[in-house]
Design a protein around this ligand. Sequence first.
Ligand code: FES
Ligand SMILES: [Fe+2]
Length: 513
Amino acid sequence: MNTRDKSAPADLPAVEKKLIPYGGYYTNREPGHDPELTEVGPGTPTGEYMRRFWHPVCMSMELTDTPRFLKILGEELVAFRDGSGRVGLLHAHCVHRGASLEYGKILERGISCCYHGMVFDVDGTCLRVPFPAGEEEEGERYRCSIRQGAYKAFERHGLVFAYMGPPEEEPPFPEWEGNFTVAETDELVPYSNFQHCNWLQVQDNAADNYHTMALHAKRQVTGEHYQGTTFDEVGAASMEVPPDMVFVPIQGGRGLACSGARRSDDGHMYIRVQHQVLPNLSLHAYTSEDGHKKKLFGRFHMIRWTVPVDDQNSKMLGWRVMGPGIDTRGIGDKSLVGYETIDFLEGQVAMRRPERFGKYKLEDMPPIPSDHRARAHYKDAQYAPGDYEAIISQRPIAIHALENPTKFDAGLYMFRKLLRDAVRGANPQAGPEQFAQWLRECEGSPNSYCSGNVFELPVGRTTEEEVTLRRLLARQVVAILTESEKLKGEARTAFVKTKLEALQQDVLVKRNA
Ligand code: FES
Ligand SMILES: [Fe+2]
């Protein structure tokens, strides 16, 4: 006899089963991650795409008197600065019989392998093979027949950048805005923050402007266990107001403008535009804005690449722009910016500040805790989680198929689409060849949409007027930046500021009409 109730959940369509009370059983299967966008090893679609761009691979301070072992894009590498000051980035395993060059000795020119003493130059040329006296000719023939895998690398403002693609396809290094918008009194301060997860979810976070209203707000802190993870602790509570977001693909689908409009007080509307660039760069506007003073076209506060270490680990490498030019409230703290630390919010890396600075100095390279649940400050992190906790706990590789996105996730979904189109060749403008060509056309110095703007605009008389205003401003700021694309430097800045001023006046005139 079949005793099975025909209305039992097993017979319901999957979509309804998902909604059954206590029905976790029906959603306990995990589909795989999206290999096309998340996997980055040699020969993978996104890995090959990424290899056509310059990326930071470590900080200059990591190059000491011993070689530095690195893993980047799934490849084991060794970085060093030789006695003549040149930076080498070589395959870690010696081309002779595989010993790691991290145990090698840095020489005036190049590096020697510890095992049999072969010497390699920064471009991979074998400089010396120690053969016995009288057999030098044979040694010379052997020397000329081998080459250590090498990648071109250089240093800039405390970061080591490398190009890991085919040499014949090397693109220009993009000097955004020529000088990364640094004012005379400002400084690019390098940092490296390790993330125990796939690179894409770290990049997703940069387009997720919505999370600040929860993760970085008072409501996320348990009890009174504040630890510097919230914006109101740094007097930038406007960042905790949920923004109205507009996402616009820009520059031929090579990037995305994420424009968020929030009210910072009854007299001010704050429009913050984040600029995401394929494949892994994000240009961030001022993060400590209180929004109480008019400010038009504030520029870079942080420049950040999310660099894959392997498929399950990544590093945020970049510069914090420090100084009065950008940091009008003087909130930045240079003494907290560096290896496994950054100043703007606690909870950006595995080790919390009491341990990071209790045991180590800024110039130290502390060991990175690998198991987030075994950390000394695990409970503290539960009381006041930061970006690190939220991002890495999405699983080592986030499973997109399990997500239930809201409209606020549109930005990161759009960015994933831009990436997919670029990787598949569906948008040739974002393909490596035309991307590099575009960089050459803008003389290696593209314009950025990154901007922070505080308008003097009183609250709308009705909710509808306020919502309409938010959306109009978010869209119009991006439109003005698009209009300014043909201009450069100071001429562009003047144009944008004039247009933003006119936009504010226009809104006021219309409102008073
Ligand atoms: S393994 Fe490097 S010299 Fe032999
Ligand atoms: Fe965040």
